[in-house]
Design a protein around this ligand. Structure first.
Ligand SMILES: [Mg+2]
Length: 193
């Protein structure tokens, strides 16, 4: 990640790592249950287009037009996240496309992001494949992490591999981030002081 250690004077703020699909995009509620406050977008990040073209080719339909990715976002989330006492960073498979496609739709400025270099994305196992990378990106700083796939196994691993406090907050991908989650994040950051 290119987050660095933060600006002078902001060193004591914890980092908040943001997953997109689940916390910001409640994909599990698709296609029929758009939660209140959300808007539907149809996005075509370059990597999605590439995957779609490969899929169409594999299906013997290379002439077909790739379909954009439906994404549900709550435009209020950007301001709510920016108001939290954290330095924000993306921890999403969208990588830098989070800044190009998702951030602007919810009013977030460009944020540092984790690149999953050398990570076997989607590798099954008790430990979530993102976890070691998130801990590495935190570089010893206190951090919170919102994601729909963190489990107790990740909490245990973080507790033994990360020297500072960490909050792993599992978000239901049917509903995305909600006010109690924001409250929890605020309370946790306040408890660090
Ligand atoms: Mg997710």
């Amino acid at each position: 990640m290119t987050a660095g250690a933060g600006e002078a004077g902001e060193r004591r703020k914890p980092v908040l790592f943001l997953d997109i699909d689940g916390p910001l995009n409640p994909y599990a509620a698709m296609p029929d249950h758009l939660p209140t406050g959300y808007q539907e977008h149809h996005l075509m990040p370059p990597r999605w287009e590439e995957m779609e073209r490969a899929r169409l080719e594999a299906w013997g339909r290379p002439w077909a037009e790739p379909r954009p990715l439906p994404v549900w976002l709550n435009p209020a989330h950007g301001a709510q996240l920016a108001a939290l006492p954290y330095e924000l960073a993306w921890a999403s498979t969208w990588e830098e496309d989070a800044n190009g496609f998702v951030g602007p739709l919810i009013g977030l400025p460009p944020l540092p992001w984790i690149t999953w270099e050398g990570t076997l994305i989607g590798e099954p196992g008790p430990l979530y494949w993102k976890t070691p990378e998130v801990v590495a990106a935190a570089a010893g700083r206190p951090f919170a992490w919102v994601d729909d796939e963190v489990t107790a196994a990740d909490e245990t691993w973080v507790a033994t591999h990360h020297p500072a406090p960490a909050l792993l907050l599992r978000i239901d991908p049917n509903v995305g981030l909600r006010e109690p989650d924001f409250e929890r994040l605020r309370a946790w950051a306040a408890g660090l002081r």
